[in-house]
Design a protein around this ligand. Structure first.
Ligand SMILES: NC(=O)c1ccc[n+]([C@@H]2O[C@H](COP(=O)([O-])OP(=O)(O)OC[C@H]3O[C@@H](n4cnc5c(N)ncnc54)[C@H](OP(=O)(O)O)[C@@H]3O)[C@@H](O)[C@H]2O)c1
Length: 300
């Protein structure tokens, strides 16, 4: 399984498992999924305090009980509450304490702030990070759904490097690359909705973690009636590589030199194994552009 640098300390599998939905499964189903991931060489797991009201962290923790702690990278997120966002010192700290308890571990490798809280006070976040790091509860920090200016603002207060930013990204939610390809054009693809996060991340060694890789504006893209033509193309083109269309769409994300990490959200071990074959294929530059244009994107 291909590894990417995550900050200066971690080598994480580029294909990783998002645990958002595992609390909807039974404990044994969740364990089977995590075991499948580990057997594929996936060493990175994303979670959040709010996923399935904490059950996702709990089931994940149970599933990795016998696994050597240092062999896996555990990330969780905080800052979303019912009806509001909360980056207060008190909430950040109590959220991490809750995550650690549910997972049954002494530390998070990475803590991400889940969604920008416009009411955040930089000094408070800095104090929370200092305390969490000082107590050995969190090793590294990241963000999620932030734009570059929000990261710069956070960096004004926080001394730790921001090593990752989780953003929705995939073949059918590709604004991050569209705006660069259509730079300065007058069409639907040229406006940046993220403040040019892709380029900013590459300049600042921030790993983009693509959430929702199977999503589209019409729901999950595979076999979606609204994307019949696109699915037919992907299915056919994927045959050249001996993989499924889902794996091809994943490989398309991984091919970008930004070394984007993919957070797969499937809870189905068989789907996970099939998608993980993305790791074994190499898309050429022209393959990448063909997939891009045949799925509804334009080159100026
Ligand atoms: N930072 C954020 O704001 C944010 C937001 C959302 C998610 N996330 C993170 O990103 C991870 C992935 O997000 P996501 O769950 O939306 O990712 P995804 O991989 O795009 O979607 C997974 C979902 O698609 C379904 N699906 C339907 N057909 C599928 C097919 N043919 N192949 C694969 N999956 C298919 C899966 O069902 P089955 O389970 O039945 O396969 C599952 O419910 C989450 O677990 C979470 O860790 C972060």
């Amino acid at each position: 399984m291909k590894k990417i640098n995550l900050g200066s300390k971690y080598k994480a599998s580029q294909i990783s498992l998002g645990c958002m939905r595992i609390g909807n499964k039974t404990k044994s189903e969740a364990k089977e999924l995590i075991e499948a991931a580990l057997s594929l060489g996936i060493n990175f797991f994303d979670n959040a305090d709010i996923y399935c009201s904490g059950l996702s962290e709990e089931y994940f923790g149970e599933a990795v009980k016998g696994v050597e702690r240092e062999s896996i990278i555990i990330q969780s997120k905080c800052g979303i509450r019912k009806g509001f966002y909360d980056f207060s010192k008190e909430h950040i700290i109590s959220s991490v304490e809750g995550s650690l308890k549910r997972i049954g571990t002494d530390y998070l490798d990475i803590l991400c702030l889940h969604r920008p809280d416009t009411l955040f006070e930089g000094e408070e976040v800095a104090e929370a990070f200092d305390e969490l790091h000082g107590r050995g509860l969190v090793r590294e920090f990241g963000v999620s759904n932030f734009n570059p200016q929000q990261i710069e603002l956070l960096k004004k207060y926080v001394d730790y490097p921001i090593i990752c930013n989780q953003l929705e990204f995939g073949l059918f939610h590709s604004g991050m690359v569209d705006c660069g390809i259509c730079s300065n054009m007058k069409n639907d693809f040229s406006p940046s909705n993220d403040g040019h996060m892709l380029e900013y991340s590459r300049l600042n060694n921030i790993t983009i973690q693509a959430w929702g890789p199977m999503r589209s504006p019409f729901g999950f893209f595979p076999d979606n009636e609204a994307l019949k033509k696109e699915n037919a193309f992907l299915e056919d083109f994927a045959k050249n590589f001996g993989v499924t269309k889902e794996a091809l769409a994943t490989a398309w994300i991984m091919r970008h030199p930004a070394k984007i990490q993919v957070l797969l959200g499937t809870t189905n071990p068989e789907r996970l194994k099939a998608i993980a074959k993305a790791d074994e294929i190499e898309l050429s530059r022209s393959d990448w552009y063909k997939i891009y244009t045949e799925t509804g994107h334009v080159l100026p």
